[in-house]
Write a protein that binds this ligand. Structure first.
Ligand code: SF4
Length: 452
């Protein structure tokens, strides 16, 4: 364990030494994702009028402060992602989602020649590239809304992220997941006067996608994700499967096979899951959030009350019969296992528990994936754990994830772009950076839906 006087540079270097099989890039990326980055004004975007693609706030805030606490970054948005290369650790190209933390020891700033770099504890550790403004962001919908608001892209343009319902019907302390700021993020954008559509009309989504389709001439955008808050009752007379499914249906009818359709939703009964598939969705993410039963009950009180952990897991297994196990990819929030006051006290225990969950699903051909927990300060867990989980947990998880995957004869899940250090574009955890680069097996290539 690091001593109290150890600075962050010593911490990452000691972990790189102890875990030589984990790519150095992933150690730094995990640290940036769990703890955030400070931005000099020289590294901020000029919002939608500039040359750098701004942070879209595509679902959660993924910041370590509220908007009013972010200073200049609240007025001039930071970039959506950064790409790291070179430096003393000779980093291969690494795409990192931006989480702002004005007090982070990591800082992106320009040097005297105007060249951007990433600095840790004051020393330059890599070059920094910013995402260029995509052509499709320069056009607006007929009603004046921006493409960034309606259909932002992340993962260096690979994924169109369609949060079509910007709030969650699990509401308040007794229902909201304890690490999730979706409802707060909606409130803070509204309070700041930013455009932030609660329920995105299907027609607006289609119009934004038509702009992307027209201007994304090299077809970088490969997949879309439909998601948003849980729906425990109805929206516009539609339950969760029909609400999210209606977008997939419309997209597949208008742009048959153009993108791989994914949906992140609750673990629904099999008949509802079948409707997702019928609507044209090809990858299903019924996220299980955290494996340990005691923690699931405390962290996901709404899901525990409405569905229950055992039923949630049963439904995940059932959905594999509809989508095929390779195309069921449930997420968990890596790091909350160690959050005070209920989490595991040691990294060993937290890894053992997480691996038990991985083995449960992977032994059945289902490949979970994870995002790195960002302790947003307006959530109960973020408030109690502003530093997030120990970096050692995140590094060891990468090693354990790969080992469990290989022991079960699985490879990187479909719909995430290329794997391997230097290749990966998945930006909110480094699991894809830590897997071997490989050609996708033919059965792993998800056939996009061809309409209904
Ligand atoms: S179900 Fe939980 S994680 Fe998902 S949006 Fe609602 S509160 Fe957030």
């Amino acid at each position: 364990m690091p001593s109290r006087s150890e600075n962050r540079t010593q911490l990452i270097e000691s972990l790189m030494e102890r875990f030589p099989h984990v790519p150095r890039e992933a150690v730094i990326k995990e640290d940036l994702l769990r703890g955030g980055i400070a931005f000099d004004e020289s590294a901020l975007s000029d919002n939608e009028g500039g040359e750098v693609k701004p942070k879209s706030y595509f679902i959660f805030s993924f910041d370590h402060g509220t908007l009013p606490e972010l200073g200049a970054a609240a007025l001039r948005r930071p970039p959506e992602e950064i790409v790291l290369t070179g430096g003393p650790y000779e980093l291969r190209r690494t795409v990192v989602s931006v989480r702002v933390n004005p007090s982070s020891p990591y800082r992106v700033a320009a040097d005297d020649h105007g060249v951007l770099g990433l600095y840790l504890d004051g020393a330059r550790i890599s070059d920094v590239g910013l995402p260029p403004m995509p052509d499709y962001y320069r056009h607006t919908l007929e009603n004046g809304k921006s493409v960034m608001e309606v259909a932002p892209t992340i993962q260096w343009g690979y994924l169109i992220y369609l949060t079509v319902f910007r709030v969650c019907q699990y509401f308040g302390a007794k229902e909201e997941c304890q690490y999730c700021d979706i409802n707060h993020n909606w409130r803070q954008h509204k309070a700041a006067g930013r455009p932030y559509t609660g329920v995105k009309p299907v027609e607006e989504v289609l119009e934004a996608l038509a702009i992307i389709d027209k201007y994304d001439t090299n077809k970088s955008s490969t997949a879309y994700t439909l998601t948003g808050g849980a729906i425990t009752s109805q929206i516009g007379g539609k339950d969760e499967a029909d609400f999210y499914g209606q977008y997939a249906k419309a997209i597949e009818e208008r742009f048959p096979g153009r993108w791989i359709g994914k949906v992140v939703a609750q673990a629904l009964p099999k008949a509802d899951v079948q409707r997702f598939h019928d609507y044209g969705v090809r990858i299903y993410h019924p996220n299980y959030e955290v494996w340990d039963p005691y923690l699931f009950e405390r962290y996901c009180p709404g899901k525990e009350r409405y569905v229950g952990r055992d039923e949630w897991h049963r439904r995940i297994l059932d959905s594999a019969e509809v989508f095929g196990p390779r195309n069921v990819i449930p997420n968990f929030v890596a790091g909350v296992e160690m959050a005070e006051p209920f989490g595991f006290k040691t990294v060993d225990e937290a890894i053992d528990s997480t691996v038990e969950g991985l083995q449960y699903f992977m032994s059945r051909g289902i490949t979970p994936r994870f995002t790195t927990w960002c302790p947003e300060p307006t959530t109960p867990l973020g408030k109690a754990n502003p530093q997030g989980a120990p970096l050692e947990y995140h590094v060891r998880l990468l090693e354990a994830y790969r080992a469990t995957m290989e022991a079960n004869g699985l490879t990187s899940p479909p719909g995430y772009g290329p794997a391997g250090p230097g290749n990966a574009v998945f930006s909110v955890s480094s699991f894809m950076d830590s897997l071997p680069a490989e050609e996708a097996a033919p059965e792993d290539v998800v056939a996009p839906a061809r309409g209904r």
